[in-house]
Ligand binder design. Sequence first.
Ligand code: UGY
Ligand code: MN
Length: 281
Amino acid sequence: SESDDGFCSAPSIVESDEKTKPIYWKATNPTLSPSHLQDLPGFTRSVYKRDHALITPESHVYSPLPDWTNTLGAYLITPATGSHFVMYLAKMKEMSSSSLPPQDIERLVFVVEGAVTLTNTSTSSKKLTVDSYAYLPPNFYHSLNCVESATLVVFERRYEHLGSHTTELIVGSTDKQPLLETPGEVFELRKLLPMSLAYDFNIHIMDFQPGEFLNVKEVHYNQHGLLLLEGQGIYRLGDNWYPVQAGDVIWMAPFVPQWYAALGKTRSRYLLYKDVNRNPL
Ligand SMILES: NC(=O)N[C@H](N)C(=O)O
Ligand SMILES: [Mn+2]
């Protein structure tokens, strides 16, 4: 919209229709950059560096997911970046279905939009709607089927055994997970997986009210894959400070200095992969 002094300004968020949209709507319908930039050839907020990457929606490249039916996938993080996991967005169209991950690979799927049905040999089919997720142990037969459409964020990695511990099928939803203690921090934290030693990663769901920020400017051995589900703010990665918004994906390599501050009028919520429970040696 043109303000009277001739400078373009970002279209204001029309609060009223915010309320009528389903949760996480903005993660799959990101507000484009200010109107005067969206048509600028070559403009992107995406960045790829040695220890971090910001991959914004205008950079996502989809192609058919091998062995899935009627599904497009955009791989955002893979071991080519130095990670030990993959993170991809799966756009399942009507009458679509998943394929199994490779042998010994565990999988977590989180529904960002739409609904899928999870079937496996041991339990009855389960319908996963937005904000629901499923953890599939390595070598666990399962199938995700979609009648209409769905967008999933998927994490997969080689399961790292620890003694005789084993993981099991987990199906849940964010809103049913309890808030956990966050000593010294103000964000609200939920974890989607058990914290028991069998699990070699967890998925954190972190909520910040506008103006809230991480207290610790973290540097740790763990690596992260992040999807900003709601809101906007500033992400510091190394010596760079990035304006981010719902729909953005971030790769954080081990030890990259990281920090977030939430801005705007609505809460920030991000989903974060973090490896845990395994000796880094
Ligand atoms: N960048 C982050 O939000 N990191 C998390 N607080 C974490 O590592 O637990
Ligand atoms: Mn961290």
